[in-house]
Design a protein around this ligand. Structure first.
Ligand code: HQG
Length: 178
């Protein structure tokens, strides 16, 4: 089974278009695995998928994009569905990073970081992760440094995505350094 293709399909279903699969996410983004399997089994290429395959898909992935708990599965970050997924605020590390194409920097330094088409701004826990994120759009991305602990002290909320990814609603430019 092509686990990478399965992961992409699940990210699409669980981050962006659950209604195309007749799924409804709960407020934290969870769906019951049996319901998801029914939806997947409608497509010929996924008619054999089992819960064990979903577990293996998560294990095999380069990034921890999904999590399974108590018979349910959810995407950990990346959502764009109209109803905002609720996340529990957490204390961020002192510094976070954000990799972005050079062409976006002037606008970010003026307006701050906005979630744009997603529900949250995505931040990286380390420079390597930020570089990988930025390389999706620019061979030589700019890595912005976020003064996360100061922002948190000033009341900006941060949320945990996975061990490499943090989320926030908006990061004002005053906490961002080039
Ligand atoms: C930019 C992938 C101009 C922002 C990745 C980014 C990540 C602004 C783009 C995750 C701006 C949004 C998310 C402003 C933000 N002016 N540009 N004021 N504010 N931007 O894809 O962080 O592989 O929604 O810099 O690895 O690139 O799918 O966010 O370039 O973890 O699991 O607007 O998605 O993970 O782009 O990526 P995105 P992102 P997966």
């Amino acid at each position: 089974m092509d686990l990478m293709k399965l992961s992409k399909e699940l990210s699409y279903a669980l981050r962006h278009a659950p209604w195309e699969y007749e799924l409804e996410l709960d407020e934290e983004g969870w769906v019951e695995i049996p319901q998801l399997l029914v939806a997947l089994h409608e497509s010929p290429q996924w008619k054999e998928v089992t819960e064990a395959d979903l577990e293996q898909m998560i294990q095999a992935s380069d990034k921890k994009r999904h999590e399974i708990r108590s018979g349910r599965i959810r995407a950990l970050y990346g959502h764009s569905t109209p109803q905002k997924i609720s996340k529990i605020p957490a204390d961020p590390p002192e510094k976070l990073y954000h990799g972005t194409p050079a062409r976006a920097v002037a606008s970010i330094m003026e307006q701050g970081l906005h979630p744009r088409q997603r529900q949250y701004v995505h931040l990286s826990a380390d420079m390597d992760t930020a570089t990988q994120v930025g390389r999706r759009r620019d061979d030589q991305p700019v890595i912005l440094k976020i003064n996360a602990s100061q922002a948190a002290k000033d009341g900006i909320l941060f949320y945990h995505g996975n061990e490499n990814i943090w989320l926030a609603d908006h990061i004002p430019a005053s906490y961002i350094q080039q």
